[in-house]
Each structure stands twice: as C-alpha cells, then as structure tokens.
Design a protein around this ligand. Sequence first.
Ligand code: BGC
Length: 737
Amino acid sequence: MTNITFIAAGMMLCAATALSAQSLSQPKDEARIDELMSRMTLTEKIGQMNQLNGMGLSKDMRGSVRSGGVGTILNELDTDTINELQRIAVEESRLGIPLIFARDVIHGFKTIFPIPLGQAASWDQSLVEQGAQIAAREASSTGIRWTFAPMIDISRDPRWGRIAESLGEDTHLASVLGAAMVRGFQGEDMSAPDRMAACAKHFAGYAASESGRDYNTTWIPRTQLRETYLPPFKAAADAGAASFMCSFNDINGIPSSGNRWLNVDLLRGEWGYDGVLVSDWGSIEQMIPHGYSADLAHAARQAADAGVDIDMMSHAYDRHLEKLVDSGKIDIAQIDAAVRRVLRMKMRLGLFENPYVRKTADAFYRTDALAAARRAAAESAVLLKNNGVLPLAKGVKKVAVVGPLADSGRDQVGTWCFDAEPEHSVTPLKALRDEALEIIHAPGLAYSRDKSSESIAAAVKAARRADVILCFVGEEAILSGEARSRADIALPGAQTELIRQLRATGKPLVLVVMAGRPLTIGAEVAMSDATIFSFHAGTMAGPGLADVITGRVSPSGHLPVTFPRMVGQVPIYYNHKNTGRPAADITLIDDIPVDAMQTSLGFTSYHLDAGDGPLFPFGYGMSYSTFEYGPVTVSTGPNGTVTATCTVTNSGRCTASDVAQLYIRDRVASLVRPIRELRGFRKFTLDAGQSADVEFKLTPDDLGFWRADETFGPEHGEFDLWIAPDSNSGVPVTFNY
Ligand code: BGC
C-alpha cells in the first residue's frame, strides 16, 4: 500500500482580508524607478503606456522608439529587428529605457503542446508547467519576453470558440493549472534569459458571453463573479503573474477596460496586485461601439481612471492622455502609478541589465520539448468509450486510417499558435506508419467541413480490407479560437455519414475526435466501438495518440468540461444548483402518448428531448485498467481542518494513471450551493493490483463561499464529500462542519 497525500488547501480564493497578491516590487528596483521617473517628461511617461504592433524597422517605429513614444511592442518576431529596436531604445532614446517584446505564446511557440483545454484534460500540473517553460524557452530565444497567457477564463459554453484556449469550466482546476502555467513561463526569476513574463487574461468574465458568441455581453452577479470567474486570477496573482489583460466584454453594462470597481477597487485595492494591467487589442477604443465612451478621448480617460496601464493598439493614450492630464481631467498620480508598474516589469525581466537577445542555435524542437509534447498529447487524450477494441490487440495487422484529421498537420496544432510550423507536425498517419502495422490510408473527406461524398467509398473500401478502422474526425483548427463561435457544435461536413458507412462494414471502429471544443457526438460515439477525444493536441499529436492506441500508454485524460448531448442544454456544467424540482421520472418526447393530458407527466427540471444530464460529465475519462475507489473517511482536526481519505486500487491488468477528484456539497446555506464543487484532485499511477491511500486536507476556506453581502467564509452545517473519478460518480460521506 502506497500513501499519496494531497493537500488541497490554499488553492481557492478565500476571504479578501486574509489574502493579498504576492508583491512584485523590490526595494532596490523601486529606488531606481523613482530616480528614473523623476527625470521623465509627461510625454515619455505616456510612451511607456503605449503598446504598438510590430512594423519591422519602419521609419515610424524607429521614430517612436527613439522619442520614447512606445514602451512595449507586440508581434515583432525577427530577432535582428528586435535587437536593433532595442539598441535604439537603449542607446538613442533620451532615458535609455528598454522595450519589452510581446507575443501570444499560448500553447507553445514552435513545439506546440495541446490547446490549453487539452492540457487541462491531463489534470497534470507538472506537465502543464513544463509546457509553459518550454514555450518560454523557445519564444525568448527570439527576443519575446512577454506572453499573453495563461488564458484562465472559466468557460461553460462550448459554442464559444475561445473555450479551446481556456482551461475549462472548473474554477479550482483552472486556478491550479493557470498558476502552474505562470510558474512555467516565469520560473523563480523572470530575468533568466529563457523565461518570460506571463499575463493572466481576460480580466474578467469574458467566457460568460451570452449565447457563446464572442465579445458578447455578460451579466454576472458579483457573488458569481467572485465565486466562479475571479479565483483563477487571484491564483495567478498569488503565483506572481507579472501582468493581467482586460477582457473585451462588458459586465453588467461596464466594459472591463473602463471598469474601475474591477481593476482599481478589487485588483489593486482588495488584492493588492501591483503588476501591469494591459488592455486587450483595441479594447479601449471599443468602448465607443459598446456605447460607454463618446469618443477616443473619453475612452482614454475612462480607461486611465479604471487603472489600465497599457493601451494595446487603441492609440487612445498616445493621442489623448497628455491633454487630459494638462487639463486636470486625469491626475498625474494615476499616470505615475501606471508607469511605475511598467518599469517594474522591465526590471523584473532584467532588461535594464540585459536588453539584447543572443541568438541561440537549435532553440526549437529540442528532444526534450518533443518528448514533453508527446507525453502531453497522450496524457490529454480522453477515452470516452471502449468495448475492448483498444488498445489494438497483438493480432491486429491491417489498419484502415481514415477521416479528414488523420493527416492534417495544420489542424492538429489547433488555434492560437501563430508561430506553429505545420510541416513539423507529426500526424497520426505518419506516427502509425512507424508502428508494426500495415496501414491502408483513405481519408474519405478532404477536410472536416467537406460535404462531398465522392471519396467516402474509397474509405469504406479500405475499411473492408482492414482488421480495424481508425477514423480521425473533428474540427479544423479554424473552427475554434477567437471570433470562431458556433451555434451548432455537431461534427461538421459529411463526417457523420462517413462514420455511418464505416460502421456498416461491421469492422471494429475506433473514432478519434480531434477538436477545439466539446462536440455533440452522442450518435457517433454510439456507432463506434471506442472513442478517444483529443482536443487539438499539437505538434506531437500523432505519436501521443499512437502511444494510446497501441497501449504503450494507458489513457488518463479526464474531461475539463461537460459534454452536452444537445447544444440546447448549454450552458451545462457540473457544479449547477439543484433547483426546487430536480430531474426525476423523466419522460422523453417520443414516449409521451398522443393527446396526453398536461398533468399526466411529472413536473421536474429537464428537457423533453435531451433528458437530464450531459453526454459525458466533467471529470470523466476511462483507462485501459479499472480503478476501485474505497469508502471515504472524513475526520475534522484543529482549526476547522478536514481530512478526507480513501483507498484506490488498480483492479485491472495494466499499470495506469487516474485522477482522484474531491468534491463537496454544502447541503444547506444562506445562498443555494452547487450540487458538487471540486476542491482538490490528484493524478496518480498504480501498477496492476496495487492500492494507495489518497488523502486530501481541506481548510475552512475550502468549505467557504461568497455570501450575498460579499463576505467569504464557511457556514456551519452538513456537507457531503466525494472522492471519485468524475463529477457524476462515487458515494458521498456526510460530515458536520
Ligand atoms: C485577444 C488577446 C490577445 C491579443 C493580442 C486579442 O484579440 O483577445 O487574447 O492577447 O489579441 O494578440
């Protein structure tokens, strides 16, 4: 028996009074900043608050840098250009303040890791941290020292294209993994040449957009904002994230870039965060179409008042701040505070000492990076169904590899990886050809939206000749990501028809779904013998999936987001409230007798056509082995701590990993509480037949919640507690707190 102890405490956002973000200031830096600021003109100060998009070595850019009119630059990638612009900043500008070069390095720079939603499916913080570290190493080798990641928007709506870029629907999981990413990007010391500044985005509530349509309005009560959307940001601040980014959306009518309560009262005041707050691209200017600002000068004033330190591409600050200060509409103290934060970030990055980047040969695609990306691809694969066809049996010789995603290096890297080089992608087809298998390849469809059925016959023919069909379907990368929302989240094109015809061959059918979001694939899963869901898994998707398919690695991914049966169930998430009439006695639409009286059916909360519950619940994922979770024991200790333990046993036939998930339910409270809430998790590996004790320690804060008066804390009474492999299984124990 092995002992695995997992301390869950301290991960959650708790009482505001008890917490303040890690201070990012160092006394010696502050003195240096004071000295520098005493010599800065107002124009130079505003320059530090201005971020421009890369324009190479254009005359305009050289001029802006030389005059101190720009403090940070995004999307400049050429190392020689970066060094030359830096030289102008350091040697030719009056005060010699270095620039920071920024880029969206979201899930890898060259070596692409699974999309963040896929990384979240691994539930493996060390792997997630390593992915960010490798991304930082690769990106910083070109001179990029600031990434706009992690994206930690809690996403409960698979229609929203940016769910791909998120860590899923759960606040606790996203808090833990987001903090791991911050550590991975920044390391202990951000000034190391292979590290970069992180940016927690988008602050806040962006993913709650109505109907999952990107940039749309959000309505979020304060208690929900604090409980669901803000904790990952607090965790990122506590992990030392150098910067935050405003979100595009309005919350309850106030766009984030002009939200003083959010950015000043809460972020700076309550949390004590002293890192940089950057706007999103054009988000200051966009307060005009929002209907919150009359013109750009008004928007500049509102954003500065709301504590936004850097204007990314609205040209609101460089055009209007000076006049606003001169006319007394903006207090110079606000400008000084913003500039101080920008200079502090530059110092933390060591740019005053080491402004230039030294070119590194072979910084990309190193062996360790590819190995980690392969492991991440395997660990993020979620086995949704298996009737025994996986892993492929020894006797399987001929394999039909079909489907539009089997050999699409571009699509498997997913969204938000501008610097990916698809020619470096190892596709499933390529990887499977390296196995001791005879591969018969016939895609059937050219791309995921392909509606033509001409090539399906060839795929069916290939399937007939094979022992097993491996069918790679899903979504092209372009269908998820920013502004890529879908109202229908079914498999696009003629993919379902392809699957139907493959099914009709009677050959064992394995589906591998490669996508940027959960899809409504109930019918397709039902037609398969096994289904693996692989959120776009990056450069090494092919080898990672081949590891799983052949059984070298037992799948251990668990869903970081609920899969609906039908899109009309959205928003659907595991930690919902119970309602006064929870689903019971479900009668589905086809079972209702003709002319049934209204009172002949029950009156509970479900959809007539979808029933109750998801296609697959949050936290779900199968393995090639089986795990038994023993009874949970709970004991309460001093200071209100709660210890929960259970014995897990690998009762199957192979070494495998699983994720023990601890959920609680506060049965009666002053505000209705969710039916379950994740408060801890532990990924573990056990050999066949091996058992281990998994122990979680909870503090009173882990039992707490935000009450109607916006105070935080636990309320005494009965709690249910589960340690289970997903959000829908396990037997609760009840204890009194
Ligand atoms: C996105 C941000 C991104 C920024 C800079 C915006 O459109 O919302 O997430 O960091 O562009 O590329």
